[in-house]
Design a protein around this ligand. Sequence first.
Ligand code: SF4
Ligand code: ZN
Ligand code: ZN
Length: 313
Amino acid sequence: MTTASLIQPYNTGPMKCKICGKEAIVKLRSYNLALCREHYIEFVKRRVEKGIKKFKMVRKDERILVAVSGGKDSIVLWHVLNELGYDTTGYFLNLGIEGFSDESQEVAQKFADMFGLTLKVEYLRDVLGVGIPELSKISRGKPCSLCGMIKRYLINRAGLEFDAVATGHNLDDESSVLFGNILHWQTEYLERQYPVLPRDRTLARKIKPLILLTNYEIKLYAEVLNLPHIVDKCPFSGGATTHFYKGILETIENEMPGTKVRFLLGFFENKAGFKVPQTRHLKPCKKCGYLTTAEVCSFCRLKEKVENQFNLR
Ligand code: SF4
Ligand code: ZN
Ligand code: ZN
């Protein structure tokens, strides 16, 4: 599937790169910066490096597990981290969604092969006995919240062998989540919203190195470097409230460039002032031992339900 090019045509005549004076391929309104192809690639790498340093996410001598879905965010994340000299291994979870999961895995593997990187693959059907389509029957509707919980659990479990787990959440994802959390004053989520969460016993360190880059900037990077990535969406996706919030923030951004990054960074800087109550009391799950807020964690409860419902014992 092909998409229209993101390189901006200039009807006012060619625009020059602010750094070298060559023809620009993009004008970034939030920074009032026009850049050529080469300096745009540099810009993206510098934004990632800046995010990593600002929030002290990870060091060059540490090992990172990159959660790769095959979509543009995780592919760009893996590419930039590798280019910056970080020690990375990819992790792909095959969710068992016909067509989509295998195609995504092929793309992730193709990328790994192109750059001589290692991709670890785990199959949900091997772990649970069923894939996401069967779980959608249990959830009687969209399986996304179950799928999200499963991904968090399995990515965390795989990440414990590493110093940090990197995910492809970007500025649009994080600012829209923040917007929703503030609209509904979900204080527990506000407390945990930060680009790095430190390791805590059976919880791996989580980092979000794309936090300073927008969806558009990431897509453009994938386009100019021709990085393989899956464009098709998961058949279960669509209609999420975060898409609605993203649309609202985009409208504000178009009027006031730079709002999204100021909104998110302002929250991180003022977070301490929120005095959010410490609501999470973590203890080991009675079945698997991983930290949870309940007696038995959601993953183990789901596993039991699946075993009973699908007679897998
Ligand atoms: Fe999982 Fe697909 Fe929902 Fe994403 S859209 S959470 S991959 S089921
Ligand atoms: Zn240039
Ligand atoms: Zn458990």
